[in-house]
Ligand binder design. Sequence first.
Ligand code: SAM
Ligand code: SF4
Length: 478
Amino acid sequence: MSPPHKLHIKSYGCQMNVYDAQRMVDTLAGEGFVETASIDDADLVILNTCHIREKASEKVYSELGRLRVIKDEAARNGRTLYIAVAGCVAQAEGQEIIRRAPVVDVVVGPQSYHHLPQLLTQAKRHGRALETEFPVEDKFGFLPPPKPDAIRARGISSFVTVQEGCDKFCTFCVVPYTRGAEVSRPVAKIVDDVLRLADHGVREITLIGQNVNAYHGEGSDGRVWSLGDLLRRLADIPGIARLRYSTSHPRDVDETLIAAHRDLPALMPFVHLPVQSGSDRILAVMNRKHTADDYCRVIDRFRSARQDIAFSSDFIVGFPGETEEDFQATLALVMQIGYAGAYSFKYSPRPGTPAADMQETVSAAEMDERLVRLQELIDSQQSAFNQAAIGNTIDVLFERAARNPGQIVGRTAYLQPAHVTASPDIIGQVLPVKIESLERYSLLGQLAPASAAPAVPPASSQMPLSQMIDSAQTRMGA
Ligand code: SAM
Ligand code: SF4
């Protein structure tokens, strides 16, 4: 039997999974695998799964049904197709997958990706292989770095994991069970990763972690460094034009992070800060350990450090016990903050979490209706935020050729896509763009003379973003 060569990987869920998928590709590259975009010519398919909500988990089993047909077809043509399930569903339901889906050859939890080559060998020799223990060794010490051509192929923006796992145990959330306890990578390893990425053309780094600002890594000076300390070090790396981080928790925002936003022009003024609910009663049952007012105070601290800072968030509607009054408190909080965008989800009970044992009190119809009301409010704020960019000249980091011929697309400081007609030579550069119009969520504009734009309009000459949103909302009649 000839060894498999082509690897197709399908990732669901969060940015941690996108990053993990790349690290699995890097690991298997050492075994002679190359990535393919098509399942049909793959020798190995990996489903990199998400367990955060029921819908995300169920997708895995329907996808496995589809893969069974493809695997049977491959077998009829004399080929062996190997199928692996990775990610948080693998971690949470490993034995169940083995029982329910005979089509699966390998099940591997998120902390064991560095064992993938051995698990594949085991599956080839003995049938199937499962690994969902949390290994004692740190997988990052064993995952090979990406090759230069892989870095270049992935573009000018890259994720780097700095922290994994969570010790907060919000009552609705599976992450502490699927990703395990909070662990931070040492500063020196992260700096090495970023230096390598910068050497091969990466211009923007997003530091990622389930609770990224709980980062407490061993520093090069033997001290424990915070996320703010780490950002300060990374901002010195030549070639890195933009730094971001996600996802942060309101309780872990410390003074070093606020100071980093005040002092580092490379640190983008856009923070994803999930709050989940505006009701203190629900926040307490969720075990968030902060109130709506605490959250607003955190936002105030960011805003006093950088006037042009904008926020996005996550919300859950229909948590057990949520009344109309609680939901109104969420709407009131959204009105008070003024978001540039936000994600909102219907509560989904996850087996093994404390909330799964709470009585569900919000009917499916009420949940749908609350979700629509919340999303309408968030959409109106996002549209107002995007509208407020029209007429301004703002910096855009150009990423790639757009679908429209002749156009290049990049991102503003606030991750808004911005299109211009220009030569592909501008990819990788941060250039000022005069924004002329808005098409759905995309800004359209023209390159402006280089001297015209600071990264964002200077704080002293600019209205706070919350006021810009208010005035744009008024203009739109929202
Ligand atoms: N660590 C981040 C924080 O504490 O805000 C959140 C990370 S979690 C992977 C991403 C989002 O999924 C959460 O912010 C929450 O809104 C949503 N989520 C998590 N569990 C959920 C559940 N059981 N039902 C619905 N949404 C959920
Ligand atoms: Fe989940 Fe975030 Fe809460 Fe941790 S802090 S349990 S990752 S929602």
